[in-house]
Design a protein around this ligand. Structure first.
Ligand code: FES
Length: 163
C-alpha cells in the first residue's frame, strides 16, 4: 500500500516536472521571439541610397565639343570651349531620359518632344524648365566628379571645370 502510494506520488511528481519544463520551454521560446522582434523594431529603418556623386573619370576621355550621355547616372558630361560642365539628362517635363542628337546638335526628349540646347536651355516642347546644371569639380587624382544632388547656375564661371 505504501509502495503503491509512493509510486503514484513519484509519477505525479514527474508529471508536475514535465509541465514545469513545458511551461519554461514555452516562456523561453516566447522570450526569444519577443527579443528578435524588439531588435528589428529598434534597428534604424534606413534606406541606403547610392551616393549622388559620380566619378566621370579623367577629363581627357571627353573630346572638345563633345556631349556624352551617362545613362546609368542620368547626366551629360559636356566639354565645351569654356570648359567641362554637366547637365541632368532627365527631362523636366515628366522625367524621361533625354538623348543627344549629334546630327541636329540638340538634346531631345523622346516622350513628348521637348528639345534643349547643348547648354540645357529649352528650345521647344512641354518641358517647363531647362535641364539643370550639376556641380562639377576635380578630385586629387584629377578625376572629374559630378554631384547630381547639387544644381549650379547655368553658364556661371564656377559651373565649369577648366583643365
Ligand atoms: S517627358 Fe520629356 S517632353 Fe515629356
Amino acid at each position: 500500500m505504501a509502495e503503491e502510494k509512493k509510486g503514484e506520488l513519484g509519477s505525479e511528481l514527474s508529471r508536475r516536472q514535465f509541465f514545469t519544463k513545458l511551461g519554461l520551454g514555452s516562456l523561453s521560446i516566447a522570450a526569444v521571439g519577443t527579443a528578435a522582434f524588439s531588435y528589428q523594431y529598434l534597428e534604424p529603418n534606413v534606406l541606403y541610397e547610392p551616393s549622388p556623386v559620380v566619378n566621370a573619370g579623367k577629363p581627357d576621355r571627353y573630346p572638345l565639343d563633345s556631349v556624352t550621355l551617362d545613362v546609368n547616372n542620368g547626366i551629360y558630361i559636356i566639354h565645351s570651349q569654356e570648359g567641362y560642365f554637366s547637365l541632368s539628362a532627365v527631362c523636366t517635363h515628366l522625367g524621361c531620359m533625354t538623348a543627344w542628337k549629334q546630327e541636329l546638335g540638340i538634346i531631345a526628349c523622346p516622350c513628348h518632344g521637348s528639345k534643349f540646347e547643348q547648354n540645357g536651355k529649352k528650345i521647344e516642347g512641354p518641358a517647363p524648365k531647362p535641364l539643370p546644371w550639376k556641380r562639377v569639380w576635380l578630385n586629387d587624382d584629377g578625376d572629374l566628379l559630378v554631384d547630381r544632388s547639387t544644381d549650379v547656375p547655368p553658364l556661371a564661371r564656377d559651373s565649369f571645370v577648366r583643365v
